[in-house]
Design a protein around this ligand. Structure first.
Ligand code: UT7
Length: 322
């Protein structure tokens, strides 16, 4: 028998306040035309008072549990991917745990910025396949609006807040046809200065603001993503022609187009939500997955590939049969 992590349900949550490009252009030296043409972004959600990484994560987790037909008590592992935790410590995953009313389970955060969800899924999958966990909540949640420099038009227009969650469950089958079939992660710490936050508890004792050299990140993103996608498909003994849906990190519509072109994948097979959510870092992949499941695009039996690349640099991909 082959034990795999099966996707049991998805959920997501967005802050109440939606902010259009036109609204942003009232306070930042930018325009709807520039943002749409260079990024594909038209809208983003911005967290208000009382909306935090943990509250959004909890709402997304509740929706994923509902979709899975499970209760919080069924969960024995919570991994929350975030670069914008509520507190420096403890992990925001423990805030979610408490909010869900779970008295005892494993709960921790993963910090891999935009690739955080891929890192979290890969760790959860390893724990499930080893038997260390059986029902996992894997969440990506971010409030990047709180680490943006709102005077820097080259970054502040690009990001939004939100959360996405999935429930994974361990299941044995004879053929192992469903579930996470392969996952691969990478990091290359030499590129720290291309995408980072200029503060932290051990250096400045401040939270800091996001800094990015966008064009250089862009170049690395297309190469790294095409590379890890090819790698993970080979690990699963499949080819890009087998992909029903690519669920990519939503940083820039041009990156998604360029990656699809490089892989000779039809743009119709790429789930795109960057127009409505902007870049929500670790939340973007589970948010896009939840959208594509709820609007009926993703059907049982489909082969999905999830991928992301972000600060570190970190990047990764996984192949999932739903
Ligand atoms: O999630 C983590 C991964 N992050 C990414 O993948 C981001 C990757 N990078 C990108 O998506 C793109 O590089 C950006 C969207 C950040 C920038 O697009 P670009 O086509 O690389 O533009 P650019 O940086 O070359 O800037 C072009 C021009 C500049 O003006 P000059 O020097 O040509 O006169 C910028 O000052 O656009 C100007 N500009 C803006 N203009 C209006 C930069 N930001 C803005 C803005 N509004 N918000």
């Amino acid at each position: 028998m082959i034990r795999r992590s099966i996707l049991l349900g998805t959920g997501s949550a967005l802050p109440v306040r939606a902010v259009s490009n036109a609204e942003l252009a009232q306070t930042v030296d930018t325009s709807d035309e520039w943002i749409v043409e260079r990024t594909g972004i038209r809208n983003r959600h911005i967290a208000g008072d009382g909306e935090t990484t943990a509250t959004l994560a909890t709402d997304a987790a509740r929706a994923a549990l509902d979709a899975a037909g499970l209760t919080a008590q069924d969960i024995d592992l919570i991994i929350l991917a975030t670069a914008t935790p509520d507190q420096t410590f403890p992990a925001s995953a423990t805030l979610v745990q408490a909010a869900l009313g779970i008295d005892d389970c494993v709960a921790f955060d993963v910090a891999a910025v935009c690739s955080g969800f891929l890192y979290a899924v890969t760790v959860a999958d390893s724990m499930i396949r080893s038997g260390a966990a059986n029902r996992a909540l894997v969440i990506g949640s971010e409030t990047f609006s709180r680490i943006l420099d709102w005077e820097d038009r080259t970054t502040c227009v690009l990001f939004g807040d939100g959360a996405g969650a999935i429930v994974l469950g361990g299941e044995e089958s004879a053929d192992g046809a469903r579930g996470i079939l392969a996952a691969k992660l990478h990091a290359d710490g030499r590129h720290n200065q291309l995408l980072y936050v200029d503060g932290g508890p051990s250096t400045t004792q401040t939270v800091g603001k996001l800094r990015m050299k966008g064009q250089e990140v862009f170049r690395h993103a297309v190469v790294n993503l095409a590379g890890v996608l090819t790698e993970v498909m080979a690990m699963a003994d499949l080819s890009t022609a087998d992909i029903d849906w690519l669920i990519p990190h939503q940083a820039n519509a041009r990156i998604l187009d360029a990656t699809a072109r490089k892989l000779k994948l039809s743009p119709d097979r790429v789930v795109m939500t960057v127009d409505r959510h902007a870049n929500t870092s670790a939340a973007s992949v589970p948010l896009a997955l939840d959208v594509a499941i709820r609007d009926g695009r993703v059907q049982a039996g489909d082969l999905l590939v999830l991928e992301a690349m972000g600060g570190g640099f970190t990047w990764g991909a996984c192949v999932l049969r739903v």
